[in-house]
Design a protein around this ligand. Structure first.
Ligand SMILES: Nc1ncnc2c1ncn2[C@@H]1O[C@H](COP(=O)(O)OP(=O)(O)OP(=O)(O)O)[C@@H](O)[C@H]1O
Ligand SMILES: [Mg+2]
Length: 312
């Protein structure tokens, strides 16, 4: 075992989920043979087409659903149901409509630290309300908040319980581009400040390039597979306003677009090949060193693909 390797906070091993068919006579496999890890402090995004099983996978990581087979190990222990160690930000804000922003967050904080007095709870809530720039809106109920503000409350609530893992299911997809951008910036700042281990589903390629250290690619369902893991070759500290100027931006972007537009449909053939090992999906590092900047090719064949090393 490599002692210098960062600790694995999430280990997904041989995960499979089947659902009964509508006639109740058979079963459909949504996905299978899903293997990947998320290291401590790492930000991993999952990209795949609608219906490939992303939310199902995230629900299993959250403990809201159980796999048909396989395991999810968090911080060395197999998960068993939900836990305050794993906070979820849902696509919809999922706030309690009769509670103010402050009380929605306080509800989570009180569950996490039942012995805290009112002042301690308020201080913790205020810290995260301030962090997502909602100062002054503490007493507003969800109906009095804009879509972006509601998502901010959801994010503040998730961070306020200081979870080991933050799970996010397309948290910004319903927002306009401007609001999405500012929330992405806030997320980057908070994740870096807290070294937050994060797993996020997104359809937005630029969002993945901005946020993720690694991007897990899933083929179309049913019987979806993790077909590839893309390492982000842009340097840490990238921002929305400068990342497109980096030489590796277009190779990254084109590789992901090529996957979504073409390969996600045809990958069934690739994974049927003898060389495909679901335990070690290919790891790809799209880079300007192998793809010309400015006129990037959509071909991925020249990109270096190596097997992910899985420490035993
Ligand atoms: N409880 C369930 N019973 C039966 N089938 C289900 C159930 N939940 C999900 N499915 C099916 O599993 C598949 C994956 O659904 P899921 O919501 O995980 O997709 P997704 O990748 O998150 O899609 P989207 O990008 O549209 O959110 C779909 O075909 C869906 O119909
Ligand atoms: Mg979904």
């Amino acid at each position: 075992m490599d002692e210098t390797a960062p600790k694995k906070m999430i280990q997904v091993e041989g995960l499979e989920r089947r659902f009964p068919t509508p006639d109740g006579k058979g079963q459909t496999q949504v996905f299978g043979e899903v293997n990947f890890t998320v290291a401590e402090g790492e930000f991993v995004c999952l990209i795949g087409h609608s219906g490939c099983g992303k939310t199902t996978l995230l629900n299993i990581l959250a403990g809201l659903d159980v796999p048909t087979s396989g395991h999810v190990i968090v911080d060395g222990k197999e998960i068993d149901g939900t836990s305050l160690d794993r906070a979820v930000v849902f696509q919809g804000h999922a706030l309690m409509p009769w509670m103010s922003a402050m009380t929605n967050i306080a509800f989570a904080v009180e569950s996490r630290w039942p012995g805290w007095n009112a002042a301690q709870v308020r201080e913790q809530c205020q810290k995260y309300i301030d962090m997502v720039h909602l100062t002054g809106s503490e007493d507003k109920k969800p109906a009095q908040l804009s879509g972006g503000m509601k998502q901010r409350v959801g994010i503040a609530r998730a961070f306020s319980i200081e979870p080991k893992i933050l799970l996010m299911d397309e948290p910004f997809s319903a927002l306009d581009a401007l609001t999405r951008g500012s929330l992405q910036d806030e997320l980057v700042t908070i994740c870096q400040a807290t070294n937050q281990t994060s797993f996020m589903i997104t359809h937005d390629i630029d969002e993945a390039i901005l946020l993720a250290d690694r991007i897990v690619l899933m083929t179309n369902g049913p019987e979806a597979r993790v077909c590839e893991i893309v390492e982000n070759t842009l340097p840490k500290g990238r921002t929305r306003s400068d990342m497109h100027t980096h030489a590796n931006y277009y190779p990254m972007r084109n590789h992901l677009i090529e996957f979504l537009v073409n390969r996600s449909k045809t990958f069934a053939e690739e994974i049927a090949a003898d060389t495909f090992d679901p335990l070690n999906p290919p790891v790809v590092r799209p880079s300007a060193a192998v793809s010309e900047v400015g006129a990037p090719s959509v071909s991925t064949s020249e990109l270096s693909a190596t097997k992910e090393k899985r420490a035993s």
